[in-house]
Design a binder for this molecule. Structure first.
Ligand code: EZ4
Ligand code: CO
Length: 410
């Protein structure tokens, strides 16, 4: 073992600058530190405990250089494999170790992943509105800020609160930070109204902004396969960049039916955790984009495995980048995005300005592209003093019920 590369400490840091984040900090005997994102929205403390109570004791004294072996120890050695809590914990360790390795090498992480395959990372922003006029304003705010691809969501007439619609109409989406409080907020749902409305929404945005602007939409697991097939077909005239999470994709075979009926590109995967969750989707080319998050799929090591498998079948990346991915997870995703050949697009839902008080990050946004920067490591540091000002508060993602009260996917 190289002198000094033994792991000396493993700290679980919890802070809440506008929303809760769990961050792992690993320090070697010679004082090199690495950060990993361990945030699992609405279930944050379960990952914190998994890391603090079960993982940290295994890491103390081991060689920080042995990333693959540590990954396998935590995956195989737990016996209880996969699942969001485990894979988020493994991701945090993995990204922290890559951060340390790249700092030691004196290089930005993307250099260790093979070097840059492109000049920057194309991102899409989030536009939303209480009505179509507000949605248009929101799209305009993003295009003025330089965004070159935009996800559109709007309130469905007749449904009171809808996924993806910001309380403010000015681009930065405040809809999603999980609601602070003792219980989850309930929202209403009516799939038939939704299926009638979404093509109208696309028509109005195309009419206002023209044929060329890449437009995306997130179905948030709300449809059955036949409903998703219908929506995909109805959206074809508007040429969406993708339709995201059309069905709850635990049933991977169900996507065959959707695929038979529509040429609308499909993107799936923000709730998935390993390459096994994508096996049928990728092998049968049932999706066009992998929406997995570096923070929930075992880190750089786990997500690279998924992207490399996807590359064999012409499936491209579309990494998750909602605001519940901390700047640490975001930076890690950007290094991978820059390096792989089968990059597609990266989600970029800008954080609240308070987040930058705790996380100082080197990545930059210009002309619709993000770049991870050239600092050694992943390029993010953690400000403990600032973090101390933002204490953890319990928070839940909303839940959805249909008009008759039946529990539905949110
Ligand atoms: O609701 O990350 O595409 N983005 C999304 C997100 C998810 C949150 C859940 O924690 O669907 O906004
Ligand atoms: Co989504």
């Amino acid at each position: 073992m190289t002198a000094g590369t033994r792991i000396r400490s493993v700290e679980v840091l919890i802070s809440s600058p506008s929303r809760n984040f769990v961050t792992l900090r690993i320090t070697t005997e010679d004082g090199v530190t690495g950060l990993g994102d361990a945030t699992l929205n609405g279930r944050e403390l379960s990952v914190a405990s998994y890391l603090r109570d079960h993982v940290a004791p295994l890491l103390i004294g081991t060689d920080a250089h042995r990333i693959e072996d540590t990954w396998q120890l935590l995956y195989r050695g737990a016996y209880w494999r996969r699942g969001p809590v485990t894979m988020t914990a493994i991701a945090a360790v993995d990204v922290a170790l890559w951060d340390i390795k790249a700092k030691r090498a004196g290089m930005p992480l993307y250099q260790l992943l093979g070097g840059a395959s492109r000049e920057g990372v194309l991102v899409y922003g989030h536009a939303s509105g209480r009505d179509l006029a507000a949605l248009h304003d929101s799209v305009r705010t993003l295009t003025s800020a330089g965004f070159q691809a935009i996800r559109i969501q709007a309130a469905v007439p007749g449904i009171t609160t809808v996924y993806g619609v910001s309380k403010v109409s000015t681009g930065r989406s405040s809809y999603e930070p999980a609601g602070r409080g003792a219980l989850a907020v309930e929202s209403g749902w009516d799939t038939d109204r939704y299926l009638r409305f979404v093509p109208e929404m696309f028509a109005s945005v195309r009419e206002e902004f023209g044929a060329e602007l890449p437009l995306l939409h997130d179905g948030h697991h709300r449809m059955t396969p036949i409903q998703a097939a219908r929506l995909g077909k109805d959206l074809e005239p508007y040429r969406p960049f993708w339709l995201e999470d059309c069905t709850p994709a635990e049933n991977q075979e169900a996507l065959r039916l959707v695929r038979q009926h529509t040429t609308t590109p499909l993107a799936i995967g923000e709730v998935m955790n390993t390459v096994w969750d994508f096996q049928t989707l990728i092998r049968e080319q049932l999706i066009d984009y992998v929406r997995a998050s570096v923070a929930h799929t075992g880190g750089i090591t786990g997500l690279r495995r998924i992207f490399d498998y996807a590359a064999l079948y012409g499936v491209r990346s579309g990494s998750h980048g909602a605001t519940d991915i901390s700047p640490v997870g975001m930076a890690a995703a950007l290094h991978l995005d820059l390096a792989i050949n089968n990059f597609g697009i990266q989600e970029y839902m800008q954080h609240d300005p308070l987040v930058a008080e705790v996380f100082h990050s080197a990545y930059t946004f210009e002309g619709g592209y993000l770049h991870p920067g050239d600092e050694p490591g992943i390029g993010v540091s953690y400000d403990d003093d600032a973090a101390a000002r933002f204490a953890y508060e319990p928070a839940y993602l909303p839940v959805a019920r249909r008009v008759d009260g039946t529990m539905h996917d949110w």
